[in-house]
Write a protein that binds this ligand. Structure first.
Ligand SMILES: *[C@@H]1O[C@H](CO)[C@@H](O)[C@H](O)[C@H]1NC(C)=O
Ligand SMILES: *[C@@H]1O[C@H](CO)[C@@H](O)[C@H](O)[C@H]1NC(C)=O
Ligand SMILES: *[C@@H]1O[C@H](CO)[C@@H](O)[C@H](O)[C@H]1NC(C)=O
Length: 277
């Protein structure tokens, strides 16, 4: 039987074609479609400062080898790694609906969003999602803002975390440890430092500000990153500016040992860090 050429092509109704194209189009983060995992809610007043940087000054690398990572970044500068791992399964399990269905009743430990004094508060996960996941008020202090990041119960949430593939780049003498979190638009952690690690965005966008260990930034440890961005950042001279970039879902930022960093969630974000301790 001859193979059908153009004449044999099945007739597709234009409306069906349109529907197929719509279904095939990738959902864009923040568009309110399924691509945001159901995390973006329309809500009142997101401050204007909750925006991406004018120019990303952290290198982005796709297909970086481990040798290149060790030689050029591991001990010297941050880098954004693309296409490192495929966490689409984990991402699907992290939709608002799936997480609430699986862990709505479990208790999460929240920390205050300031630099030093991490006061802890325990709250039922569903209450955190429904009541505390609102946009950050730019006038409130970091030490008065509760943030869900880290202090995870890996026994209770094992069915989720076993699906996370961490960045495959280790560092000699360190052990990886996960910190998982979800936080509202405009929230973040102000400047602090610790050991090296990776941070991956699962849903939403996260803007990063980084300084090398010898360049202590000017900041108030109880103010939010948002307040720092509005009050301090605009007056910085070009040489006093941090390295900065906004990472998107699926990207992984690496920060070296003792680098100062502050974060700002540009959307309601789901994220996970792998700390190398
Ligand atoms: C938060 O920090 C401010 C300024 O550092 C301080 O005045 C205030 O008492 C602190 N609030 C709490 C709840 O500790
Ligand atoms: C920050 O807030 C904490 C309480 O949350 C307070 O003990 C500390 O003194 C404050 N730090 C500064 C520099 O105001
Ligand atoms: C983790 O969750 C389990 C089950 O709910 C609970 O028994 C255990 O005490 C929790 N562990 C911690 C460290 O909170």
């Amino acid at each position: 039987m001859p193979r059908g050429g153009g004449l044999m092509a099945p007739r597709v109704h234009p409306l069906l074609l349109l529907l197929l194209c719509t279904l095939a189009a990738p959902a864009w983060p923040g568009s309110g479609s399924e691509g945001d995992g159901g995390w973006q809610r329309r809500g009142p007043g997101v401050p204007a400062a909750v925006a991406e940087e004018e120019r990303c000054t952290v290198e982005r690398r796709a297909g970086l080898s481990y040798a290149e990572f060790v030689q050029h970044y591991a001990f010297s500068r941050p880098v954004i790694l693309q296409g490192l791992t495929d966490n689409s399964r984990f991402r699907a399990l992290c939709s608002r609906e799936r997480l609430l269905a699986s862990f709505g009743d479990s208790v999460v430990r929240l920390s205050t969003a300031n630099t030093y004094s991490y006061q802890k508060v325990d709250l039922v996960f569903q209450e955190y999602v429904e009541q505390l996941l609102h946009p950050q008020d730019p006038t409130s202090l970091g030490n008065d803002t509760l943030y869900f990041f880290g202090d995870n119960n890996f026994t209770e949430w094992a069915s989720l975390f076993r699906h996370y593939t961490s960045p495959p780049f280790g560092l000699l003498g360190t052990t990886p440890a996960y910190s998982f979190g979800i936080a509202g638009t405009g929230s973040g952690v102000p400047f602090h430092w610790h050991g090296p690690g990776f941070s991956e965005v699962i849903y939403g966008r996260k803007r990063w500000f980084l300084y090398p260990p010898e360049k202590t930034p000017e900041f108030h440890p109880n103010k939010t990153t948002l307040a720092w961005l509005q009050d301090t950042y605009p007056a910085l001279t070009p040489s006093a500016r941090p390295l900065e970039c906004t990472i998107q879902a699926g990207e992984v930022l690496y920060f070296p040992d003792r680098w100062w960093h502050a974060t700002l969630n540009l959307d309601t974000s789901v994220f996970i860090s792998t700390f190398l301790n």
